[in-house]
Unconditional design. Structure first.
Lengths: 106, 439
């Protein structure tokens, strides 16, 4: 098993993810969200909330009161949250056909 | 409303490299073939480093070069860069055994490449059905006889379904071909920036004689901050692709934001000058099923075969995966053709798919490297101590300190032994060797 420990934030540069996300093309589904938090209280009780960090597009955002909100429109459907959410509290499915991320280059 | 049943000979789920290959081979041999793709167009959901391999492309299309494949640069220089916090040891090869005709590997961009690859399947007679998500299977007498899609009246029937759904293998799991979800220790998250630069600038900065030369580099060491993982650099024609992949397990424990890990790599003193003045063309991320052999689902059951990332067909050390997907797709397509010839779609007939792959590098390599993913996960030394030691040792060797050389060698050795006892070093190297050789 990995002996990995937490890495101090000071060792990393600060990045404004929203600037980077502008390089990604999406076909946003205005009618249906393909991701959802199953139970908001579970997030409040989750101490680490690793989703705030591990999501590669920073779609998981901490709200006042300790709840977590998902910016579904920035999701690139990688599946990290589906696999890593410790209390398995993300309802995850693919967007409807034709919607979601549409890489221009890949 | 018409309730006419939509029937094909073969359904392929996903128009990636495995899917479009399976479809091309099936259609070429006379089968009525549908490829169902959830993206706007094939390739739109796909993201990699990365390179494709001419041996695989030419095996499917011997007239490859007449088809104008959208390839970027041939890989004429490749190897490892060993990164310390502020240094880099570069061990690359160019020319020599790489001077093959054609060159073995080409850098590609998946959105363009996969779209073209699907067009080739179309030219063989396959139907590509984009913007359509496969949600469920249709069963008859307990056997798969088709798929349900998210389109109205979206049921599609075929006696054999080839699943090429990618790393998030939800359909494969639904069928019970594997009894667990992909595991964090055996799956990596890769993040990448594609940075645009004039071709001449890329050539000048990376020492490439022309646009017909390109680089494919694996970066080991400080790039992953001690996490099990690697960095990479590939040259497209007018862009450089830089990324990092680390296991989900290490990522979660580290608390690091993937895009900050990537930015840290881009800020490294040996990397930043390469991309200075470049424009971000695209950022993205994708999971990589690095577990290989040990995480592989069952590859077939009655009426179903699984290929590509969905079947963890990735060689994490050599960054091979696109070639495995293509050869697996081919084998699955051929097996579907044989099943139709026999009129038997049972797992007994479809077992020829796995038997065929066992004769090829696909299963042979995955078996040989079956312990690699676990080895790297349990040996962080290879991601941090050893690359840093290489930097220190070479740096000291080539510095004139005005000290006797005997003392220099002692100092060099001490930079290693202060971090890891010599006996452990020997043990690490031996077990690394055994892991690679596969014993």
């Amino acid at each position: 098993m990995s002996k990995q420990t937490k890495i101090p934030q000071e060792e990393l540069p600060e990045v404004y993810i929203d600037d980077i996300l502008m390089s990604i093309k999406y076909f946003t589904d205005e009618q249906e969200f393909h991701l959802a938090i199953k139970d908001t209280d579970t997030c409040v009780r989750c101490v680490d909330k690793p989703c705030i960090n591990f999501c590669p597009v920073g779609a998981y955002r901490l709200q006042e009161g300790g709840t977590v909100q998902i910016a579904v429109q920035s999701c690139i459907e990688c599946g990290t949250c589906r696999v890593l959410c410790p209390p398995n509290n993300v309802s995850w499915k693919y967007p409807r056909g034709g919607f979601g991320v549409a890489y221009k280059f890949g | 409303m018409s309730s006419k049943k939509i029937q094909f000979d073969v359904i392929v789920v996903g128009a990636g490299l495995a899917g479009s290959t399976a479809a091309a081979v099936a259609a070429r041999n006379g089968l009525n073939t549908a490829v169902i793709e959830r993206g706007q167009q094939p390739g739109g959901k796909n993201f990699f480093g990365g390179a494709v391999y001419t041996h695989a492309l030419q095996e499917i299309y011997p007239d490859l070069w007449d088809r104008n494949p959208p390839l970027e640069r041939p890989v004429t220089e490749t190897g490892f860069w060993f990164m310390s916090k502020d240094g880099m040891v570069k061990a690359t090869v160019q020319g020599g055994k790489l001077n093959n005709d054609p060159i073995d590997a080409y850098v590609a961009l998946r959105a363009r490449f996969d779209s073209w690859w699907a067009d080739q399947a179309k030219s063989e007679g396959a139907f590509i059905i984009p913007k359509t998500l496969v949600e469920e299977f249709i069963y008859q007498d307990g056997k798969v006889v088709g798929v349900k899609t998210d389109r109205p009246q979206g049921d599609v029937y075929a006696p054999v379904v080839i699943i090429c759904e990618g790393v998030n293998n939800l359909l494969t799991q639904k069928l019970g071909l594997i009894d667990h979800d992909i595991r964090p220790a055996a799956t990596a998250l890769g993040v990448k920036q594609l940075i645009s630069l004039p071709a001449e600038t890329i050539n000048a900065r990376l020492g490439l004689p022309s646009n017909e030369h390109g680089l494919a580099i694996s970066v080991m060491g400080d790039v992953s901050m001690g996490m099990a993982g690697l960095g990479f650099l590939y040259t497209a024609e007018k862009a450089i692709s830089l990324g990092v992949g680390v296991t989900l397990e290490a990522l979660r424990k580290s608390g690091v934001k993937p895009y900050e890990l990537l930015q840290r790599y881009l800020n490294h003193p040996a990397v930043a000058p390469l991309i200075e003045g470049g424009q971000l063309m695209e950022y993205g991320a994708h999971l990589i099923p690095e577990g290989g052999w040990k995480e592989m689902p069952r590859l077939y059951t009655d009426g179903v075969m699984v290929a590509g990332d969905a079947a963890t067909m990735v060689n994490a050390l050599h960054w091979e995966g696109t070639n495995m997907a293509i050869i697996a797709g081919q084998q699955a397509g051929l097996t579907a053709v044989e099943a139709h010839r026999q009129g038997d779609f049972s797992s007994k007939t479809l077992s020829a798919y796995q038997a065929g792959l066992k004769e090829r590098f696909v299963m042979k390599d995955l078996y040989q490297y079956r312990n690699l993913s676990r080895f790297l996960d349990s040996h962080p030394e290879f991601m941090d101590i050893y690359p840093t030691f290489l930097n220190d040792a070479l740096g000291m060797f080539f510095s004139g300190f005005g000290k006797p050389k005997k003392r220099l060698y002692k100092d060099i050795l001490r930079t290693l032994t202060s971090r890891r006892p010599l006996l452990k070093v020997v043990g690490d190297l031996v077990s690394f060797g055994r892991t690679i050789i596969g014993i």
